[in-house]
Design a protein around this ligand. Structure first.
Ligand code: PGA
Length: 258
């Protein structure tokens, strides 16, 4: 299976989100092999977008969640609020939130626990900075992030996880690591998760690549068996870009089914 996640960030309002959701839905229409496709609109658009994607193959994701169940948390959104509007996936620990809003591994851990508790799928972002990379610390930084955020997390038999490897220096910059570099980091992530969650079927933990994914490079990432999909930011709100990225996934799935 291949997964495509569209992270619409703070780029679109309610009306644009509905239009984008309709356009995204059309990309899957009539296709025999479709990727697991998750769209993550801003919170205010979730209810309206839900009406568009209801009873379709498109999944609805949120861009954040509170680690608390309920209470005096001005401006926060709880797991229950998200499930109420049909959310099945939640992006957690995006580097923009880690850097600009001081999110810590402890907060991210709490959000993962809450998401799983409410039977949603966490999309956990990890990745190194340009400086970490220069100093050859990529794998070490990622191991630390994973160990901290999954500390004492237990997966129940139906739980699923998505990890997005997103090098900070590749987000929104047009730069990407090579496919070989991504594969190397993905195997490292897989090893750590195998240790953290032994006896968990491989399919229940997907590892995606994110950072400047666009129509020109999507196929190269998607065709690799070690790369379970892509997390797309900027290109997910541009329908011509998104069309080619989804087509690349369909092409890979069709080739696999032969
Ligand atoms: P980008 O963003 O595709 O615009 O680089 C990816 C992300 O932040 O998830």
């Amino acid at each position: 299976m291949k997964t495509i996640i569209g992270n619409w960030k703070m780029q679109v309002g309610v009306r644009e989100s509905v239009a984008l959701a309709r356009a995204s839905l059309l990309l899957l229409r009539g296709k025999k092999h479709v990727p697991n496709f998750v769209i993550c609109p801003p919170f205010v658009a979730l209810s309206e977008v839900r009406k568009v994607v209801a009873r379709s193959a498109l999944h609805l994701g949120a861009q954040n969640i509170s680690w608390e169940e309920q209470g005096a948390m001005t401006g926060e959104i709880s797991a229950r609020m998200l499930t109420e509007v049909g959310v099945t996936h939640v992006i957690i620990g995006h580097s923009e939130r880690r850097q600009k809003l001081n999110e810590t591994d402890t907060m991210i851990h709490g959000k993962i626990v809450k998401t799983l508790e409410h039977q949603m799928i966490p999309i956990v972002c990890v990745g190194e900075s340009a400086e970490d990379r220069k100093q050859g610390k990529t794998k070490k930084v990622i191991s630390t992030q994973l160990t901290n955020v999954f500390n004492s997390v237990r997966l129940r038999s139906k739980d699923q996880l998505i990890i997005a490897y997103e090098p900070i220096w590749a987000i929104g910059t047009g730069e990407t690591p090579t496919v070989t570099e991504v594969k190397e980091v993905h195997s490292h992530i897989r090893e750590i998760l195998d240790l953290a969650f032994p006896n968990t079927a491989k399919e229940r933990i997907q590892i995606l690549y994110g950072g400047s994914v666009k129509k020109e490079n999507a196929y190269a990432f998607l065709r690799e068996s070690e790369i379970d999909g892509v997390l797309v930011g900027g290109s997910s709100v541009k329908i011509n870009q998104l069309t080619d990225i989804v087509d690349a996934a369909i092409q890979v799935l069709e080739a696999q089914s032969i």
